[in-house]
Each structure stands twice: as structure tokens, then as C-alpha cells.
Write a protein that binds this ligand. Structure first.
Ligand code: GLY
Ligand code: MN
Ligand code: MN
Length: 441
């Protein structure tokens, strides 16, 4: 990524936001605070996704103000930490105000320490302030203090009171549609994530532990410049594959079991999100194949239908039908397929949605699965069947949890699967697992 590309991208995003703002208004974005892990150590810093979207600036204690002036011209102001040689010796580089002008591309930059003094001056006389209420306590305090000062002064000078509005519905709609710049980064996040899954398949063998596969995944992420996963890595073997958000990753990998890995890296603040399920010993059993084939068939059917004009929820109905028909055929469910669907009896085995939007957040903004798909949207497609060891089903199916998750970009003609580099056809998985050494090294 080069600076001119980032600058152009940020300009485009800011201009789209400005077009939605009223004349003589200001929108405020607050950086994520640091989060304590224990005592005086912190979690690795992760910027707020909306703040990142408009700044690509990765420091805490920062506020970005977008001002749409009376003449509709833009003015961008950043409040950020001041340079501090002592603090920088301990915790690292700070951009400071001078460099912010040409690095974050703002018209003015001031010390974060001056926000309480300066924000009332920015708000004074404006018709509207847009901000996200209750996102961070520190942000609410700053805003409320500034608003109190402005209201107090307004009362004495007769200024029209400022209205308050939330930018989230506007910004999150923007974020649902990925630009070429974003798609390029998402492709890389997906490629690295896929490579990590291939590595885990090749390294897998009985008597390792789930955390060994987690280590292989994280190793591959980090070696490719993606130091952090986009979410906690799930490595669930045997019945653990039936726990949707399993994170212990501490059990031994048993001969004859499946292992479900749900892992994706975060690359330049964009997430990959892939799940594959494969046999620990490299060969699917017949019962495992029977369930796997249902999930795979439903995923292929879904991918065919995830195209402009359809919604995730609508496509999920096809997935449910394939699953229920398959489960009835295997004797895992009994009764009339349509009635079982109407009664939602399948939720014992398939209890989550078909997919979600993907972007700067792994569960990206735009939570509604009823949106009609349009080109530029990126989402996951992740059907799964989870047959708990305690389920009342034929013995051979107990403890089988299978999910197959890919990431797709909606295009004008349909979609493009961004994560096809990791196999999901049983024969291809078995081939890759048999070829343990030569493919990785
Ligand atoms: N990894 C979280 C999810 O698949 O939604
Ligand atoms: Mn996932
Ligand atoms: Mn997902």
C-alpha cells in the first residue's frame, strides 16, 4: 500500500460522509481506548473501526472532527497525543501534531490534552453535531462537557441550540460496500488465512493437541505480516466441534475424530474468516462423510444463490431444506421435511445464521441479514451441522460437528469466493493431508 492510495481512499470516504452531512455541522470520531489485560499490561492496541475507516491512524487518545462549513467546504481537525520523548522511550512512537497534517491528511492538528478547551469552540454556532453516543465513556464525558459549555454560552448570547445526531447508520451503510482498495486488502487477509488453514491440515496428526494446530495457524498469520487473528481461533476436535465459540483449544487430537478450525487473520485492519473441518487421521469415516456431504452440498447451493437481489436469510431457506432432507435420509431427524422446517426442529443441529458481513470487523457492520445483496458487499457463507454427543441419534453420528465457511465478494454477475485456496472437497483435503511435508516447506 502506498501513501497516495491511502490518501485517495480516505478522501473518497470523507467526501461521501460530507455529502450526507448538513451544512454547518460537525461529525466527531473517537479513537478506541487502550484496554488493560492485567495490572499494568494492556491488550495489543486495536483502533476503533469507524475511526480507522476515516483516518488510518492507529493511536489511542485521538479525536477526528469533520466539519462541513457554511460554504459546504470541508475542514478536518485531529486531536492526538503530543510528542513525548520519555513516554516514547517506554511505549513507542507517537506521531505528534506536525506530522499528522501530511500523514492523517488533516487541516489542523492539536494536542489531545486540549480537547476540552477546543471542542466547545468547534461546536459553537454549528447546527448539528454527529457522534456515536455510548460508544466510550471517555468520549461521552468529553462531548457532554463541551455541549454544556456551548449551551451555557448559547443561552447568554441567544445562539440557536445545536442538534445532536448519530452518524452510525450513515457510516455503517458506507462500510457495507467495499471499494477496490478495501477488496485488495481483504483478498490478502483471505489468502493468508487460507494458507494458514492449509498449513494446519498438513501438520495435523493424532496425539497432537488442539493448541498445536492453533500455533500453526498463528505462525502462518504472523509470518505473513498479520500479527493478530481477527477473532479468537477455534480449534475444536471431536465433540468440541459442536461448541460454536469453543476457545479452550486444549484437548488431545484423537485418532478417528474430526477437527473443526475456525480461524482468520486481521491484515491491515481487515478480517478473513474461514472454517474447515477435517479428519485428524487424514481420512474421513463413512459417518463423517455423510454429514460432511450434506453441509458441503448446502454450502455450494448457497454460494450459487448469493448474488445481487437475494438476501442472506432468503438463501438460508435453501440451506435449511438441504440439511433437513439430508438428516431425515440418515435417520437423524424423523418426520415430514416441510413440517420439521416449519417447526424449526433443525435448530437442534443448525442453530446459527448462514453468514455475516465481513470487513474491518469480522462481524462487520450492517447486522441485518435481510438486505438485498449488491456488488461490493463481502460476506461469509458458513453452514454447519452440530450433532452433540448427547443427541438422540444413531451412535455413529454422535459428536460430529462440521462447519464449512468461505468469504465471498458479491459481483454484478454473482460472486467470487475469496477463500478457495483452502480445499473443502473431501478428496482434496485427504490429498493435501497425505502430502504433509513437501507442500509446506
Ligand atoms: N469466526 C466467527 C464466525 O464465524 O462468525
Ligand atoms: Mn468463522
Ligand atoms: Mn463467520
Amino acid at each position: 500500500m502506498i501513501d497516495t492510495d491511502i490518501k485517495t481512499e480516505l478522501c473518497n470516504r470523507r467526501e461521501k460522509l460530507l455529502a450526507k452531512m448538513a451544512t454547518n455541522s460537525v461529525a466527531l470520531f473517537f479513537a478506541a481506548p487502550e484496554v488493560v489485560r492485567s495490572n499494568d499490561t494492556h491488550y495489543p492496541y486495536r483502533q476503533n473501526s469507524d475511526f480507522w475507516y476515516f483516518t488510518c491512524f492507529n493511536e489511542p487518545e485521538a479525536v477526528f472532527a469533520v466539519i462541513k462549513q457554511h460554504d459546504n467546504q470541508a475542514r478536518y481537525i485531529l486531536f492526538n497525543r503530543k510528542k513525548d520523548p520519555l513516554a516514547e522511550t517506554w511505549t513507542g512512537y507517537r506521531l505528534g501534531q506536525e506530522l499528522a497534517l501530511d500523514t492523517v491528511w488533516v487541516d489542523e492538528a492539536y494536542c489531545f490534552d486540549s480537547i476540552n478547551a477546543n471542542l466547545p469552540k468547534i461546536l459553537k454556532g454549528k447546527d448539528i453535531v454527529y457522534y456515536a453516543d455510548e460508544q466510550y465513556e471517555y468520549a461521552d464525558k468529553i462531548i457532554k462537557k463541551a455541549l454544556r459549555a456551548v449551551i451555557k454560552e448559547g443561552k447568554s448570547t441567544g445562539l440557536k441550540p445545536i442538534s445532536i445526531s448519530d452518524w452510525r447508520h450513515v457510516v455503517h451503510k458506507m462500510r457495507m460496500f467495499k471499494s477496490d482498495f478495501e477488496i485488495n486488502i481483504l483478498r490478502q487477509a483471505c489468502d493468508i488465512s487460507a494458507q494458514a488453514h492449509r498449513r494446519a491440515m498438513q501438520k495435523c496428526k493424532p496425539n497432537l493437541y488442539e493448541y498445536h494446530l492453533e500455533a500453526e495457524i498463528l505462525y502462518e498469520f504472523a509470518c505473513n505480516g498479520a500479527r493478530y487473528p481477527a477473532y479468537n481461533t477455534i480449534v475444536g476436535s471431536g465433540n468440541n466441534g459442536c461448541i460454536l465459540h469453543y476457545e479452550n483449544n486444549s484437548a488431545p487430537l484423537k485418532e478417528g475424530d474430526l477437527v473443526l478450525i475456525d480461524a482468520g487473520c486481521e491484515y491491515h485492519h481487515y478480517a478473513g474468516d474461514i472454517t474447515r473441518t477435517f479428519p485428524i487421521n487424514g481420512k474421513f469415516s463413512q459417518a463423517q462423510r455423510e454429514i460432511y456431504d450434506i453441509v458441503l452440498a448446502s454450502q455450494y447451493a448457497a454460494i450459487k444463490l448469493l448474488k445481487p437481489g437475494n438476501s442472506i436469510n432468503q438463501v438460508n431457506q435453501t440451506v435449511i431444506k438441504i440439511m433437513v432432507e439430508g438428516l431425515v435420509k440418515l435417520g437423524i431427524m424423523q418426520g415430514d421435511v416441510d413440517k420439521l422446517i416449519a417447526d424449526k426442529a433443525y435448530t437442534e443441529f443448525y442453530m446459527h445464521g448462514l453468514g455475516h458481513w465481513l470487513g474491518i470487523d469480522v462481524h462487520d457492520v450492517g447486522r441485518d441479514r435481510l438486505y438485498l445483496l449488491k456488488p461490493g458487499m463481502v460476506l461469509t457463507v458458513e453452514p454447519g451441522l452440530y450433532i452433540n454427543q448427547n443427541a438422540d441419534v444413531p451412535d455413529q453420528y454422535k459428536g460430529i460437528g462440521i462447519r464449512i465457511e468461505d468469504n465471498i465478494l458479491i459481483t454484478s454477475s454473482g460472486n467470487e469466493v475469496l477463500t478457495s485456496a483452502v480445499p473443502k472437497e473431501p478428496s482434496e483435503i485427504e490429498k493435501l493431508m497425505a502430502n504433509k511435508v513437501s507442500v509446506i516447506e
